[in-house]
Design a protein around this ligand. Structure first.
Ligand SMILES: [Zn+2]
Length: 240
């Protein structure tokens, strides 16, 4: 399996790791990694693996289809690859990851301002989106939402984590905001992400990477609200 170091420290940019496996398509499995594997609408990390004979640029990271406990680092085409057993230094494209962390935390803030079921979402470095089912969207206003987001950023609310058991989550289904993305269950425990003291702003199970306080997100703007169906609305958010 691959130890997911970003689960306990989202700010860890680099680590030493051992190569467990290299497949013919350029997928490299390590015993531990700082690379976030694409899930829950957050893209996999980019970066590089440095080893004795060179450097291997990594285009993205994904979960192994046949064994979800392993993370596959997808090498850029034609790149030199380390061999199984070799020690590598894994290093993130931190600039990209940090933007994903800011964006991801921003989407939690958007959730806190829109008390409706979430039906989908995607995080990007330049623009992210969340879809909600809203019966009556007449009161939803782009500029008001932008002001609301920036007030939450300016208040610099702490972002913390708390682990609960799968059973506790099942007993509190109201914690789950997203209908399309199932919380990362199955290992017996789930990580809750709390924004504000005791989760006063937002609290939901989430396996992604977040900044430590909302001030780190910086200025935000809701750039667009699109109608995606009778009651579905898509909200696009940018780092201003
Ligand atoms: Zn999250």
């Amino acid at each position: 399996m691959t130890e997911q170091l970003y689960r306990t420290d989202a700010y860890l940019r680099t680590c030493e790791a051992k190569v467990l496996d290299v497949d013919e398509r350029g997928g490299i499995v390590l015993d531990r990694t700082t690379f976030y594997a694409a899930a829950g609408g957050q893209p996999g990390d980019r970066g590089s693996l440095r080893f004795a004979a060179g450097e291997c640029p990594i285009a993205t990271a994904v979960y192994d289809n046949t064994d979800k406990s392993r993370i596959v680092h997808v090498a850029s085409e034609g790149a030199p690859r380390p061999a199984p057993g070799e020690t590598v230094t894994a290093e993130l494209d931190w600039n990209l990851r940090h933007r994903h962390m800011r964006m991801h935390t921003a989407l939690h803030l958007l959730c806190s301002l829109l008390p409706f079921p979430v039906t989908g979402g995607q995080i990007g470095a330049d623009e992210s989106r969340l879809d909600f089912d809203i019966e009556d969207a007449s009161a939803v206003d782009k500029d008001k939402l932008t002001a609301g987001l920036n007030a939450l950023v300016a208040a610099n609310h702490p972002v913390t984590e708390r682990w609960i058991t799968d059973t506790e989550l099942e007993a509190n289904p109201e914690l789950v905001r997203t209908m399309s993305v199932k919380p990362p269950m199955g290992t017996g425990r789930v990580r809750l992400v709390l924004i504000g003291d005791n989760g006063s702003i937002d609290m939901q199970p989430c396996g992604g990477t977040h900044v430590r306080a909302t001030g780190e997100i910086g200025q935000l703007a809701v750039s667009k609200i699109e109608k995606k169906g009778k009651i579905n609305r898509r909200f696009r958010v940018i780092l201003a």
